[in-house]
Design a protein around this ligand. Structure first.
Ligand code: PBG
Ligand code: ZN
Length: 337
């Protein structure tokens, strides 16, 4: 044992008192390392393929599938709160699911029409982002083309690119591919550029894990796989070096913004990707993370505003610039941030 060391430490500890900076609320504000801002929040929406309608999602309290008219009123109210970005997910119309999910690039589809209505109404005051994936439109519920039990990578790419182009044509500012096919960012970038949409950004779900936290979302979007799971294309929860690899590839392929998903169970991955890339980084606080908080709050087991703030802070502290969260509206409404 070094007899000097403990003594020196205790001398130093008498002078250095971290609690001094915690004495008052003003001091804590002054030295806080992390801040949450409305401008950095994205509210997801589930778009119905018609004008009217509001369908509550029982596994996601407070979140509903919306027709275009209720969506427009909701977004108008959200803008008043300072919530400026939306991420749109679409639902297929009756009888519109097919093996190749062609309705995903229908110019009259739920997302295309919602994006165009929103941009028409709110213009540059609203950032419209759209999820690009086939799973809500394929009859088998997988994110790519299914052939004899295998999700085929390369045949999925032109379909995804066509979907992204149809969103850009409808007015989307940012397209966000969530399918996890290899090479889809490059395919989408090429498709957008060829279509004249050189200024449409790509926010790639670069680091997306095969997660049990997507359950409530799949109820909401009616996008659960009929057979099997998504483990042959989404990442394995045991891996984090691979996150850097995925992020690097998307960066090379032309992604403008990277994303890690889910967020709370993957804070280490957020920190790792933040350190590995200079691109803006988004974290997706997914449906199961949201619904777990909601369920505990409904039982009175946790203080919802405080827990939501703590969770959003954790993602920010880990290195996320942008937070995609179903809590966004309530957090701003309630002044939880
Ligand atoms: C579609 C998609 C999913 C989510 C976002 N885009 C579901 C999935 O991959 O099964 C999950 C979002 C959430 O759980 O909130 N590929
Ligand atoms: Zn999908």
């Amino acid at each position: 044992m070094n007899s000097n060391k403990p003594n020196q430490d205790s001398q130093a500890n008498k002078r250095s008192r971290p609690r001094r900076l915690r004495r008052s609320a003003l001091l804590r504000e002054l030295v806080a390392e992390t801040a949450l801002r409305a401008e950095r929040l994205i509210q997801p929406h589930f778009c119905l393929p018609h004008e009217q309608g509001r369908e509550e999602i029982s596994s996601m309290p407070g979140i509903a599938r919306l027709g275009r008219e209720p969506l427009l009123s909701q977004v108008a109210a959200d803008l008043e709160l300072g919530l400026r970005s939306v991420l749109l997910f679409g639902l297929a119309g009756d009888g519109e699911k097919s093996p190749l999910g062609e309705h995903s690039h229908d110019d009259n589809g739920a997302v295309q029409r919602a994006a165009s209505a929103l941009k028409q109404e709110f213009g540059d005051d609203l950032m419209v982002m759209t999820d690009v994936c086939l799973c809500a439109y394929t009859d088998h519920g997988h994110c790519g083309v299914l052939n004899e039990g295998v999700i085929e990578n390369d045949p999925s790419l032109p379909l995804l690119a066509e979907m992204a182009v149809s969103h850009a044509a409808a007015g989307a500012d940012v397209v966000a591919p969530s399918d996890m096919m290899d090479g889809r960012v490059a395919a989408i970038r090429d498709g957008l550029d060829a279509g004249g949409f050189v200024d449409t950004s790509i926010m790639s779900y670069s680091v997306k894990y095969a997660s049990a936290y997507y359950g409530p979302f799949r109820d909401a979007a009616d996008s659960a796989p009929g057979q099997g799971d998504r483990k042959s294309y989404q990442m394995d929860a045991r891996n984090s070096r691979e996150a850097e690899r995925e992020a690097r590839l998307d960066e090379i392929e032309g992604a403008d913004i990277l994303m890690v998903k889910p967020a709370l169970a993957y804070l280490d991955v957020i920190a790792r990707v933040r350190a590995a890339s200079d691109l803006p980084l988004a974290a997706y606080n997914v449906s199961g993370e949201f619904s777990s908080v909601k369920a505990a709050a409904e039982r009175g087991w946790i203080d919802e505003p405080a827990v939501v703030r703590e969770n959003l802070m954790a993602m920010t502290r880990a290195g996320a610039d942008i937070l995609i969260t179903y809590h966004a509206r309530e957090a701003l409404q309630g002044g939880w941030l």
